[in-house]
Write a protein that binds this ligand. Structure first.
Ligand code: NDP
Ligand code: MG
Length: 395
């Protein structure tokens, strides 16, 4: 258990993971202090959180909201800033011991790289960082004192199951998936799904982007990629299984045939606390699970025909290079267009597939290549979708 107060930067403070992280921090002031809070554009939420947690610095990415932030917080002695550079500088400050990367999408990459280069520990929620640039990030970590503690519930479960085990004994990681809101829907019905259907996740309450990723099962493809880089295993040792109750958070199979699992309610508080505590346990982090309430814990094979985004993890592994970066960028554009009612549900996959074929392949990307591939993929995906306000069918 951590004994002294740890200073935490929460990047994505106003979101689902960010606010839950701050609830834990606020409930354990003897252990944690939020010293940096950063958000995208919800400036009033950020101001409220800063008044409650009194960080040294609050940052808003949306420059148009900066004056409001400054006027509200500087009289309280809280420094303020805006812009990508300010965010990268903030995670490197002396009063930051750990960075919680709770921002969504590609925006997590640059501050995570800055934090690793500054030897800061990372509580990694932003899986897109490892999806976009897993090999590059792994290379940086080898040269850094920085440690990565997974926040994603499946990866936290695997991390917990691996405690005290020899990695050489691991046969397979089994990542569970709820199956999302369309698990039992026919392909025809899925093709008609609206954003409000897709936002109705059966078990988890999360931000909009990851909720749509769960409905397409892109989230599971991303988690397979995330697991490869976090745990250093070959892709053929990582599989997904649908577990509609979301009680078993993931499993590890060992060479003697044993399978270890971590169980709990579908609640992010436990994995967040486990990461903040550097892989130790915080009393009462989550409500206890009453196991006898669950008579049926079931497991099914995922269906890549109805959920073709699942196959994109395999595509990314067979192509490697910048492919997962391109997939991620196209997905971000397509999900935003789907949420705005501009494309249909199945167009998300079509947009990604077309973009992956169009953007130039880079076999061994460096940071500048990721920046270029990300922006090329966004431009191509946006051009496919066009400016129509009605649903566009991607051919
Ligand atoms: P939300 O959409 O709820 O929150 C995203 C946060 O990121 C908001 O605080 C948003 O600010 C902030 N943000 C957006 N752009 C920027 C930027 N450029 N700079 C700084 N902050 C920015 O997302 P979630 O909390 O659901 O997810 C966060 C990450 O955690 C994702 O990568 C997701 O995949 C992962 N994750 C989430 C889980 C969950 O239960 N929610 C579970 C496992 C993983 P604002 O709102 O002010 O614009
Ligand atoms: Mg997850």
């Amino acid at each position: 258990m951590v004994k002294t107060q740890k200073n935490i930067a929460v990047i994505g403070a106003t979101g689902s993971i960010g606010t839950q992280t701050l609830e834990i921090i606020g409930s354990r002031p003897e252990l944690y202090k939020a010293t940096v809070l950063a958000a995208g554009s919800r400036v009033d939420d950020l101001i409220g959180l800063a008044i409650r947690h009194r960080p040294s610095l609050a940052i808003i990415a949306d420059e148009t909201k900066y004056n409001r932030l400054r006027e509200a917080l500087e009289p309280l002695g809280i420094a303020t800033a805006t812009g990508d550079e300010a965010l990268c500088e903030a995670v490197c400050r002396d009063d930051v011991d750990m960075v919680v990367t709770a921002t969504v999408g590609y925006s997590g990459l640059a501050p995570t790289i800055a934090a690793i280069k500054a030897d800061k520990d990372i509580a990694l929620a932003n899986k897109e960082t490892l999806v976009v640039a897993g090999e590059y990030i792994t290379g940086l970590l080898e040269k850094s004192m920085s440690r990565v503690f997974p926040v994603d519930s499946e990866h936290s479960a695997i991390y917990q199951c691996l405690q005290g085990e020899d990695k050489a004994d691991v046969k397979r990681l089994i990542i569970t998936a709820s199956g999302g809101p369309f698990r039992t829907w026919t392909a025809e019905r899925i093709s008609e799904a609206t954003a409000s259907d897709a936002l109705r996740h059966p078990n988890w309450s999360m931000g909009a982007k990851i909720t749509i990723d769960s409905a397409t099962m892109m989230n599971k493809a991303f988690e397979i990629i995330e697991a490869k880089w976090l745990f250093g295993l070959d892709a053929d040792k990582i599989t997904a299984v649908v577990h509609p109750q979301s009680i078993v958070h993931s499993m590890v199979e060992f060479k003697d045939g044993a399978i270890k699992a971590q169980l709990g309610l579908p609640d992010m508080k436990l994995p967040i606390a486990y990461a903040l505590c550097e892989g130790h346990r915080l009393d009462g982090a989550e409500k206890p699970l009453s196991i006898s309430d669950y008579e049926n814990l079931t497991f099914e094979r995922p269906d890549p025909h109805r959920f073709p985004c699942l196959t994109l993890a395999g595509e990314a592994f067979s192509r490697m290079g910048n492919s997962a970066c391109v997939i991620n960028a196209a997905n971000e554009i397509a999900v935003a267009a789907f949420l705005n009612g501009r494309i249909g549900f199945n167009d998300i996959y079509r947009t990604i597939e077309r973009t992956l074929d169009a953007v130039p392949y880079v076999a061994t990307p460096d940071y500048d290549d990721f920046v270029t591939s990300n922006s090329e993929a966004r431009m191509f995906a946006s051009s496919l979708i066009g400016n129509k306000s009605t649903i566009t069918v991607i051919p």
